[in-house]
Design a protein around this ligand. Structure first.
Ligand code: C2O
Ligand code: CU
Ligand code: CU
Length: 422
């Protein structure tokens, strides 16, 4: 309202959710029992968000992918105590994108996310309207949060029992917090904004009929050009936007979004009238190179080595120390970060590497230009064992920002560092 001293209120609270008929599972949610409302901010606007902690433990409110200053970022340095409220000012100065928000209190991030604290945060721009992309929320522009979960014998999310130090995984997939989801498709052209909100699991998505779909956006906004794909892999915390053309399918046809093994994660119920035309996918940047010659010529100035598994995870041989600044970088100055995933005797494992406060570009993977599906802004990048990934990193705001593995249990185990932007 006009007289309120904030534009949005986000309250972390306890609740219960009926995943299984007749059983209430204890969960956490923002403004409700599970997950949170989709927050929509406009490119260029400044909003005041009142955050409130109604949990019995400290939490933080992190805006994953939003390029805000360190004080507003909601990292482990910005705790909100039980019962406390704060007003956070978010300056939205980046292109349209599908971002998200989640807690980040050190030592409790993984458990709080596992219990249900996550929500989507969209940056809306004008560009998407002009492209004619589907944009009716819940009609042809659908948020899809995928999270794997496991319930104990009492059908509770007992984190202590289920916790795994390489990342808590589950035997069931929730879509938008629903255990047996189904999506009624009412329009022939659908846009899905997909978040892999799992603690650890990497998802590979396909259509059950093997048809291709069109990826239009990565973590931080539109791709340089739309890409036709038959599968989409998202590591923990990554997002993508895809367009699926249902116009060739018949009513009653069985169709689903599946994982790599063909297990249906999201069955579709087709119920549309076939009268819409296809969007015009010419994107503004398609003619331009992804990286300029100057950007390609920049030398590496920061090197990060990811190492280990379980409790033994480190970055550059060290575990997170909240009192240690690991890197410094000037605001607005672009640097090349080289992230190397050092294999161990067991071969090692992939780590989804995330940086706060920036949307970066992938310059290369083992010296090779990224595929067209990665030619867009990113804030998380999957780094395979033995792989060397170069990133073009600019921070538009000052403050202290985390970088870490987004397998949340690795992050808790200390696979995190901090960069001071000055
Ligand atoms: Cu999704 Cu450190 O954050
Ligand atoms: Cu983040
Ligand atoms: Cu990791």
């Amino acid at each position: 309202g006009q007289n309120a001293d904030f534009d949005y209120e986000v309250v972390a609270k306890e609740g219960t959710t009926e995943f299984y008929e007749g059983t209430l599972t204890e969960t956490y949610g923002y403004n409700g029992d599970l997950l949170g409302p989709t927050i929509r901010l406009k490119e260029g606007e400044t909003v005041r968000v009142k955050v409130r902690n109604e949990l019995d433990e400290p939490t933080t409110f992190h805006w994953h992918g939003l390029e805000v200053n360190g004080a507003a970022d909601g990292g482990p340095h910005n705790p909100v105590s039980p019962g406390e409220s704060q007003i956070v000012t978010l300056n939205v100065d980046q292109p349209a994108a599908t971002l998200w928000y989640h807690p980040h209190p050190h030592g409790q991030t993984a458990e709080q996310v596992f219990k249900g604290l996550s929500g989507l945060l969209y940056v809306d721009g004008t560009e998407q309207k002009e492209l004619g992309l589907p944009q009716r929320y819940g009609v042809d522009d659908i948020p899809l949060i995928f999270q794997d979960r496991m319930f104990d014998q009492n059908r509770q999310l007992n984190y202590d029992v289920l916790m795994n130090n390489d990342g808590t995984t589950g035997d069931v997939s929730l879509v938008n917090g629903t255990l047996d989801p189904e999506l009624t498709v009412t329009q022939p052209q659908m846009r899905f904004r997909i978040l892999n909100g799992s603690n650890a699991r990497t998802y590979t998505f396909r259509l059950s009929n093997g048809a291709s779909f069109t990826q239009i956006a990565s973590d931080g906004g539109m791709l340089r050009e739309p890409v036709d794909r038959e599968e989409l892999t998202l590591a923990a915390s990554e997002r993508a936007e895809i367009l699926v053309d249902f116009s060739g399918t018949e009513a009653g046809e069985e169709l689903a979004l599946t994982d790599a093994e063909g297990t249906a994660l999201l069955p579709f119920k087709l119920a549309f009238d076939k009268e819409e035309k296809q969007p015009d996918l010419k994107q503004g940047t398609a003619g331009q190179p992804f990286l300029t010659e100057e950007e390609k010529a920049l030398p590496v100035s920061k090197r990060l080595e990811l190492f280990g598994m379980m409790e033994m995870v480190t970055i550059n041989g060290q575990k997170f120390d909240p009192d240690r600044i690991d890197l410094r970088q000037r605001k607005g100055v672009t640097e090349v970060w080289e992230v190397y995933n050092q294999p161990d005797m067991m071969g090692g494992m992939a780590h989804p590497f995330h940086i706060h406060g920036t949307q970066f570009k992938i310059i290369s993977r083992d010296g090779k230009e990224p595929g067209p599906h990665e030619q867009g802004l990113k804030d998380s990048v999957q780094v395979e064992p033995g792989e060397r990934v170069k990133l073009l990193v600019t921070f538009p705001e000052t403050g202290i920002f985390m970088y870490h593995c987004h397998i949340l249990e690795h992050e808790e185990n200390g696979m995190m560092g901090q960069v001071e932007v000055y």
